[in-house]
Ligand binder design. Sequence first.
Ligand SMILES: [Zn+2]
Ligand SMILES: [Zn+2]
Length: 421
Amino acid sequence: MQALRGTQDILPEDAYKWNYMESAIRRLCSCYGYGEIRTPMFEATELFQRGIGDTTDVVTKEMYTFTDRGGRSITLRPENTASAVRAYLEHKLYGDQQVHKLFYIGSMFRYDRPQAGRYREFHQFGVEVLGADSPAADAEVIALAYTLFRELGLKDLVLHVNSIGCGKCRPVYRQKLIEYFHEREDKLCDLCRERLEKNPLRVLDCKEEGCRAASVDAPKITDYLCEECQAKFEALQKYLTALGIPFELDPRLVRGLDYYTNTAFEIQYTPLGAQSAICGGGRYDGLVEEIGGPHTPSVGFAVGLERLLLALEMQGLIPAPVRPRHVYIAALGEDAVAEGIRIQQQLRADGVRADMDLQGRSLKGQMKQAGKSGADYAVIIGENELAAGEAAVKSMADGTQENIPFENVPKYIADKESGVK
Ligand SMILES: [Zn+2]
Ligand SMILES: [Zn+2]
C-alpha cells in the first residue's frame, strides 16, 4: 500500500520543521491578538458552493465531494475561510458587536495536478478579521503575514497591492473591461473568451501569453474607484508606509468574485520562481452575507505552508531542533530493569530524554545502542551494580565512569550538566 497521489507522510525527521513554522505562527498571532479556530475537515458541499462561488475552478473541478451514508453531499474543505465564516455565524460571534480576529492552521484538499510544492492534501495558515471595515485592518493582516516571513528570515519579499473597488464602482469598470477585451477577443484563450462576460477581471490574471499581451493597455481599476474606495486605498498605502512595509501597486491583481471588495494583495518570495506567491489575501465584505449572515466587512489571507517550507529550506532557515540531555539506561534482568525504569521515570520528569532497551538485547548490545543513539550518558545496571545498589554512570563524551547510588542518579546527571561539582 502507498500514500495516495498528491499526499505525503511527514516523518519525525521533517515534522520538527512543521512545528518550527507553526510555533512561529502561533507566537506572532498571539501578539497580534488573533485567536485560533479549528473547524471540521469536511462540511456540507453547499457551504463551499456559496462561500467560494460555484463557477470557480476550485468548486467546479477541484473539490473532494462525496455522498455520505446518510445521502448528504459532503466536501473535504478546499480552503478555510468559508468554514470560519460558517462557525462565526453558527456561534453568533457577531452578537457582541466586536471585531473577531481568527487564525487557523490545517489541511485543505483539492483535486489538483500534483507538482513541486503542490499537493492534493496541503496545509494552510490563514487569518480572518471579521467585522472590521477600517483599512487599518487590511494593513494589520498584511503586516502580520509580512512580519511572519521576515521573522522566519526571508528577505526578497515583494508585496503587491491593489484595490478592486466595491459594488458601486466596479460594475462601471467591468463594463469598460468587457468592451476593451471584446475588441481583442481573437487574442484571448478559450477560457477567457468564455468567461469574458461573466468574469472579465479574471482575464487580467490569466497566465496565457495571448491574454497577457492583450491586457497590457487594459483600463486600470484604480482609475475607476469611487471616492470612498479611493480614500480607503490611499489610507491603506499610508498605513503600510507607516509600518515600513514596501509595496508595489499591481492593477493586475484581481479576485474574481463579487463578494471581494477593495483590497487585494499578494506576497511573493521571488527566489521560488513561477510559484513565488506565498500569501494571498484581501477584503471580502460581501462573503458573510453570501453565507446567510448580517453585513460583516472582513479581510483575511491564506499562506501555503508547503511553499513556505520550501522557501525556508531553500535558504537553510530552519534551525536544528533543540535537543534535550539524553541518557541511555542499560539494564539486564527484571530487577535491574525495574530499577532502571524508576530512574528513567525521574529523568523524564526532569525533562531529560531517557531511553531503555525494549528488544531484550544483551548488556553489550545495549551499550552499543547507547553509543549509536548519541546519548550523553549511559547508566549501567548489571548484576554487580544491582547487588551494590549503585549504577555505573558513564559519560559517553570522555568515557569516564562513576558509581552512583540509584536514587542519586537523576541529581548527579543534572549537577554534571549544570557544572555543579
Ligand atoms: Zn467603490
Ligand atoms: Zn486567458
